[in-house]
Write a protein that binds this ligand. Structure first.
Ligand code: G3P
Ligand code: CA
Length: 380
């Protein structure tokens, strides 16, 4: 090879080494090739609400643990306070995961948008976890605060690993203009422009998704929100989340109502089927035509449970999605048997509450300190 060619090759190789997204080869799985094209890692390990099996969802220890374990992405649900601050919180009400009923007894059923940030910061977002999961409880979880988006970004930026952000606009109809607010915040924090890796950064040892084009992935179940996200942030990767039922893909059986919860719920969803191949294809096409790089379908889990929904990762569905040029990030999978099953079906990334276990399944966490060590290091 001539010297100029060698120099070019060496420079290119060094550049690729500094990135976490490896270029595709001809014999790669189709989803790996599509992921590389979209600038996102394959297979992606997405810490759903942080390391939320081991710490209260969307709180500091959940995100610190996910980051330090080596998650590719910190996932969060975006909402907005009455005084306009973007926060990370899943439910549209506060009751399940805070003590709102004690602190604001007359307002426990009000939506997040009815509370100022100062009011939300008075709530305890950790004690519910200790009560619900005594085997994983820690006294230090009591009194944890709801986090702002800024605080989650601080965590993403603050460790040795540099994960990406995987942000869902949650109940976006309740927050007109939230897509624009999100763009302003990400822009202000420098996450919409290229973030080059520092000299000597070694992506084979350290997560560096924040330095790649896939540093932010935007996700939504809401078609209108996808359109607004595309308008505001046309070059940022987006995922259209898929759901079978109300406000989602139409099922074959529209007469039987879902039970309120418990084991019957998983059984109900396991029986549900999409109305038709065309109905599924319409959702994929909508995503494709409105800037999505992929879909985020639900899965039916081997042992049921309250995260087991309609099986939207059937082989024909995945083939159709890949043929449309879209990647597939499935939610929310926590058990090794299910990791194996969905990967065998050809998905390209997994949302999980058990990020340590997913990374171990992927063979990516051999030298990671234990979860207990990481939490102790952060004084939890
Ligand atoms: O964002 C993917 C997955 O999180 C969707 O479900 O309800 O946990 O936000 P949910
Ligand atoms: Ca979510």
């Amino acid at each position: 090879m001539p010297q100029t060619g060698l120099r070019l090759f060496t420079t290119l190789a060094a550049l690729l080494m500094s990135l976490s997204v490896v270029p595709a080869r001809a014999d790669d799985p189709v989803g790996k090739t599509l992921s590389a094209k979209a600038g996102v890692p394959w297979p992606a390990a997405i810490a759903h609400r942080g390391a939320s099996h081991d710490a209260p969802e969307e709180t500091a220890p959940a995100y610190l643990l996910a980051r330090d374990l080596g998650a590719d992405y910190l996932e969060l649900d975006l909402q907005r306070t009455k005084d306009g601050v973007l926060i990370a919180f899943h439910d549209d009400k506060l009751k399940r995961t805070t003590n709102v009923a004690q602190v604001f007894p007359d307002r426990a059923d009000q939506p997040i948008s009815a509370f100022t940030l100062a009011e939300l910061k008075q709530l305890d977002a950790g004690s519910w976890f200790n009560a619900a999961f005594p085997d994983r409880a820690r006294p230090s979880f009591a009194g944890l605060k709801i986090l702002t988006l800024d605080e989650v970004i601080d965590i993403a930026e603050g460790g040795t690993h540099k994960p990406g952000l995987y942000i869902e606009t949650k109940v976006p109809a309740q927050f007109p203009g939230i897509e624009k607010d999100l763009k302003a915040k990400l822009d202000q924090r420098g996450w919409l422009a290229a973030r080059p890796a520092p000299a000597g950064f070694d992506a084979s040892k350290t997560v560096g998704i924040a330095y790649t084009p896939g540093r932010v992935i935007l996700q939504t179940f809401d078609k209108s929100s996808l359109e607004l996200l595309q308008k505001e942030m046309p070059t940022t990767p987006k995922i259209l989340l898929l759901w079978l039922g109300e406000d989602g893909i139409t099922p074959k059986d529209t007469t039987t109502k879902a039970p309120p919860g418990g084991p019957e719920l998983a059984a109900y969803y396991a029986r549900q089927e999409v109305k038709s191949r065309d109905e599924f294809a319409d959702w994929v096409r909508f995503g494709q035509q409105h800037g999505a790089i992929g879909t985020g379908p639900s899965a039916a889990l081997a042992n049921g449970g309250d995260q087991s929904y309609a099986d939207l990762v059937q082989p024909w569905m995945n083939e159709l999605t890949h043929t449309a040029g879209l990647v597939i990030h499935v939610y929310t999978v926590d058990e090794p048997a299910d990791f194996k099953a969905v990967m065998a079906r050809g998905v390209d990334g997994i949302f999980t509450n058990r990020i340590a276990e997913l990374l171990a399944f992927q063979g990516r966490a051999p030298a990671t300190p234990s979860k207990a060590d990481i939490l102790a290091r952060h004084k939890y």
